[in-house]
Ligand binder design. Structure first.
Ligand SMILES: NC(=O)c1ccc[n+]([C@@H]2O[C@H](COP(=O)([O-])OP(=O)(O)OC[C@H]3O[C@@H](n4cnc5c(N)ncnc54)[C@H](OP(=O)(O)O)[C@@H]3O)[C@@H](O)[C@H]2O)c1
Length: 297
């Protein structure tokens, strides 16, 4: 039997990587939920069915969910995240979806130090008590977040961030996607009731991560720790929404206190290989970071 996988967040970073990981898999049809019609052609060109739907509007979802077996549930970073997850879960139940694989976040809990972790905890709990088969992924901080610092690294070789000397095990979005694909392509019962926290292979301070970036890019990169207030002002000045700036500040404060200083064996156990390192990430994103001509040292 061919299973239909509905992919939410299909235009974003994790789901784009997931689509690449799932493409060509046998026994599945991929359907993308897209709220902005102008973004549909690029997904259709990759062979996906595309259906309109907005997770803010439950009445817009029935066509996208009809006939779906497996839901990949990803929500954007917004205060409406629990509402969006709730709407997707409601539509999934109406449509008889069998399994939901939900992207949550590191340390999601009612006591998490970030609003993002506390919001995800609400949605995780709702899914766990839904009666559907479920798996939850709570990945660590994405390596791709470092692309926010790419222009200063490219121009000055400086990685400005407000994480002090805290250590964390950043993970490549492509690895998060491969874990998700592994679960989605497994029998629906195989990972039911599991919560996985994929991490990078090592927990590093940003000074250590800068050395690894330098090795991958073939140019000097140094970490310049900045005070939380300076980072906050710079993000607000760049036009970032205050709610997101507040959320990022909460993560930085937590990581500066070593909240993210751990690794797990979930990814190697699921994929049978180590997670991508900071150095590999840098080698693969050389153009964005202004790598030295001729590649890495
Ligand atoms: N950044 C990290 O370090 C980190 C770590 C762990 C977990 N996470 C979690 O990862 C998730 C974000 O993943 P990402 O980086 O891949 O996201 P992203 O690139 O920001 O993409 C968000 C996606 O959600 C879609 N979307 C937003 N609101 C929607 C709505 N109302 N209806 C339908 N679609 C909607 C967007 O569509 P449009 O193209 O229409 O905007 C886009 O496809 C969050 O839940 C976050 O908490 C992040």
């Amino acid at each position: 039997m061919t299973r239909i996988i509905l992919i939410t967040g299909a235009t974003g970073s994790v789901s784009s990587a997931l689509i690449r990981s799932l493409k060509g898999a046998s026994g599945v049809r991929l359907r993308a939920l897209v709220r902005d019609a102008s973004k549909a052609p690029a997904l259709r060109a990759q062979g996906l069915e595309v259906t309109p739907g907005d997770l803010d509007e439950p009445e817009s979802l029935s066509q996208a969910f009809a006939g779906v077996n497996d839901l990949w549930l990803l929500n954007g970073v917004t205060p409406r995240q629990p509402e969006n997850s709730m709407n997707a879960l409601w539509a999934a139940k109406q449509a008889g979806v069998e399994r939901v694989v939900r992207l949550s976040a590191i340390g999601a809990s009612p006591d998490a130090p970030t609003r993002n972790g506390r919001l995800h905890a609400l949605s995780d709990a709702e899914l766990m008590s839904s009666g559907l088969k479920w798996t939850i992924l709570r990945p660590h901080f994405y390596l791709q977040n470092l692309l926010m610092a790419a222009s200063a690294i490219g121009a000055q070789g400086n990685l400005y961030w407000d994480m002090g000397e805290g250590k964390l095990a950043m993970i490549d979005v492509r690895d998060v996607a491969e874990v998700a694909a592994k679960v989605l392509l497994s029998d629906p019962g195989a990972h039911h009731g599991k919560i996985y926290t994929p991490t990078g292979p090592a927990s590093l301070s940003l000074a250590q991560a800068a050395s690894e970036l330098a090795a991958g890019l073939g140019k000097p990169v140094r970490y310049v720790p900045v005070p939380h207030e300076a980072a906050r002002k710079s993000m607000l000045d760049s036009g970032m929404p205050p709610w997101v700036v507040g959320l990022l500040g909460e993560y930085s404060r937590a990581y500066a206190k070593d909240w993210g200083n751990f690794t797990t064996s979930h990814l190697p156990e699921l994929l049978g290989r180590p997670a991508r390192s900071v150095r590999e990430f840098a080698q693969d994103h050389g153009a964005a970071f202004g790598a030295a001509a001729g590649g890495a040292a």
